[in-house]
Design a protein around this ligand. Sequence first.
Ligand code: G3H
Ligand code: 13P
Ligand code: ZN
Length: 288
Amino acid sequence: MLVKGASVLKAAKKGKYAVGAFNINDLEMLKAVTVACVEEKAPVIIQTTEKAIKYAGIDYLVGMTRVAATEDIPMALHFDHGKDLNLMKQCIKKGYTSVMFDGSKLPFKKNIAQTKKVVAMAKGKASVEAELGVIFGKEDSVSASKGLYTDPKMAKEFVKKTKIDSLAVAIGTKHGLSKKEIALGKKKGHLKLRFDILKEIHEDVNVPLVLHGGSDVPHSDIKKCIKLGICKVNIDTDLRVAFTDFVKKFSKEHPDVYDPREFLGPTVHAMKNVVKIKVREFGATQKA
Ligand code: G3H
Ligand code: 13P
Ligand code: ZN
């Protein structure tokens, strides 16, 4: 069933696990996430960025998700990294049950003022996530060359003044593919997570905390994050990689196949396996 984002996050905070929030752009990704979470009996957040909406169309995304949400697991539909308030308004009107306002690059006071506007706009219809600090990395519409860690004192003031339902924190994770290259020593970067900052935020702030850039973060780090208040982990890149790797391999091995169903079908299976592993790592299995 389709539920508010805050309802799955409240349960996760109470139960000390994290809900997987998976970015989708098309039917294959949505099916993979849905089937995996039904099999795991796990609550889930389906999320789409502004670029996903530009690509697929808001009505297709809402329509497909409404069908997926007929499954017997709690499912929220979330607008990820929203900056365009008109589009956000449309999302809420069309049935999104959760929105993120990404004012992370705005000055503190402006971020508070804009976030308050979003909270007022979403009141009674959708839950609101907002971000303080900037997540490292670059991925299309979401980019930051220099990360800026969340300041715990500012986080406390931000949550108090805006009355958001959940807070996205910057503690050293990155969006996109570059983490693998950093781990392999091919690129410079900051892979070390600042658990000290997360601990302070957790002590000062009462709302569920959100970890962006969750792909490729080791299970041991995810576990520590959940202990320190992370209730939602965002995953996009890991699904893109599973999808694209499969298509590349398939077209190399079968250059003569021209029926897209022959390679799109198995991509669902490849992504489903990734989602299942993540959901288990987040402790969300059997929590639906
Ligand atoms: O964090 C957000 C996404 O991973 C970037 O996605 O390419 O759909 O904007 P996008
Ligand atoms: P990844 O690029 O690590 O999958 O992060 C996704 C994300 O944070 C979406 O908001
Ligand atoms: Zn993100």
